[in-house]
Design a protein around this ligand. Structure first.
Ligand code: PLP
Length: 414
């Protein structure tokens, strides 16, 4: 028999294995100062490309004032308890109505954390007779929700429509036997590669297969589509999304999330999502703060225009300079390079210490061995100078990478 704690020390998990060496630099770094394109890392200003503050709302003066006023008026305790028991307010309901109208859905339900809500929504929407079919590159919250499912689940390779059809065929056969239903789950914008889920093509398959579509649009809400209503709007298929999920954690620069759908489905979710029934409601300053952010998101199109000006300049500049940015068709900008994990580590140190650029790095096992992704998140508060500087620097570090400079394990002592 083993002692649980001893076991945990032997196998610390894929990230935990590196916890000592990476703490404070590669993992749990502290970015200080106002959230913006320039922040302080280890006492020095860096150009930051790591934050999902797409519209620049985090530090918008109207937002800061609304947050401060609401905190002063209500404090963070209010309301106490779960929504269903004692934690409901007029503001929660107003925000739900505004989100539903914005997403062109009958109703919406506010949830306190996007991750938990996705897990819980998937859990309560299906029973063991139903089949879930989902994209292989789905976010961890979708995977965890699917893990709870007692019935069959089929995964299709990322955005592979032919394979999706095969899985739908299998799902149809099973549900014909069980009397169950089919739920397809995908993302609007995939957060690593930046490509959009093929919503239009998936929705077209409804003509052949009976299923409902659940879209996690964490990265698309506020950034995609004419009004910012998301990837469904961008692809002209908002109607075909049966259940729409958006989080406040990205373009709204807050905490909280929502799910929008038909009224009866939202009512079902409200009464069955365990993560919401058995958890405290969102505090009023967060709800009022979200109302202000939504007002700006809908009423100040120049914020999204600024975002896209930076996105287009960055992505076209990188492509012109010969970089591989994959299939992105959203603000998420991955730069694919070839190199080992030690090389990736040294390249990041060089970028941070010698060029004052802070961006995230993705390596194996998220991407195949030998591939690294420098993941850039452009925002409305970046400037054209930031874009130009970054592309120049990336060209230099790419030359260094090709010349083997990062093969040494002592680029800069951390
Ligand atoms: C695709 C996707 N879904 C869900 C979430 C979770 O949202 P939240 O941060 O509100 O828990 C995230 C955030 O990382 C995400 O990227």
């Amino acid at each position: 028999m083993a002692d649980l704690f001893e076991k945990l020390l032997i196998n610390r998990g894929p990230l935990g294995t590196h916890s000592k060496a990476a703490y404070g630099y590669f993992m749990f770094p502290k970015l200080e100062g106002d959230i913006s394109n320039r922040m302080i890392f280890r006492g020095k200003e860096k150009l930051v490309w790591s934050l999902n503050n797409y519209l620049g709302l985090a530090n918008h003066p109207d937002v800061r004032k609304a947050d401060a006023d609401a905190a002063a008026q209500y404090g963070f305790a209010s309301p106490m308890g779960a929504r269903m028991m004692s934690g409901n307010t007029v503001h929660h309901e107003q925000l739900e109505n505004a989100l539903a109208a914005f997403e062109q859905k009958e109703a919406a339900v506010l949830v306190n954390y996007g991750f938990q809500a996705m897990v819980s929504a998937i859990d309560c929407l299906v029973d063991r007779h139903d089949v879930i079919v989902y994209d292989s590159e789905s976010h961890a919250c979708i995977i965890d929700g699917v893990r709870l499912h007692m019935g069959k689940r089929f995964v299709y390779p990322h955005n592979d429509l032919a394979n999706l059809e095969k899985q739908l065929e299998r799902a149809r056969k099973i549900t014909e036997q069980t009397g169950g239903a089919i739920l397809v789950i995908t993302e609007g914008v995939f957060g690593m590669s930046g490509d959009q889920g093929k919503l239009k093509e998936i929705i077209d398959l409804k003509k052949k297969y009976p299923f409902r579509l659940f879209v996690d649009d964490a990265h698309g809400f506020g950034t995609m589509g004419k009004t910012g209503a998301g990837t469904g709007e961008a692809q002209g298929v908002q109607d075909g999304i049966d259940i729409y999920f958006g989080t406040f954690a990205k373009s709204m620069a807050l905490i909280g999330a929502f799910i929008a759908s038909e009224e009866q489905v939202v009512d079902y979710l409200k009464h069955n999502m365990r993560s919401q029934i058995f958890a405290k409601s969102l505090p009023l300053p967060l709800v009022i703060g979200a109302q202000k952010r939504l007002e700006l998101l809908m009423g100040r199109p120049e914020l999204k225009d600024n975002l896209w000006k930076i996105v287009n300049a960055l992505q076209s500049g990188l492509k012109k300079a010969g970089f591989d940015i994959g299939k992105t068709d959203s603000p998420v900008t991955p730069v694919y390079l070839n190199g080992s994990i030690p090389e990736a580590t040294n390249l990041i140190i060089d970028l941070r210490e010698n060029y004052d650029i802070f961006c995230s790095m993705v390596v194996y096992p998220v991407v195949p061995r030998g591939v690294m992704i420098l993941r850039l998140i452009p925002t409305a508060v970046h400037t054209m100078e930031d874009v130009k500087y970054t592309i120049d620097v990336f060209q230099q570090v790419q030359v260094n990478l090709k010349n083997g400079k990062y093969k040494s394990d002592k680029i800069v002592p951390v």
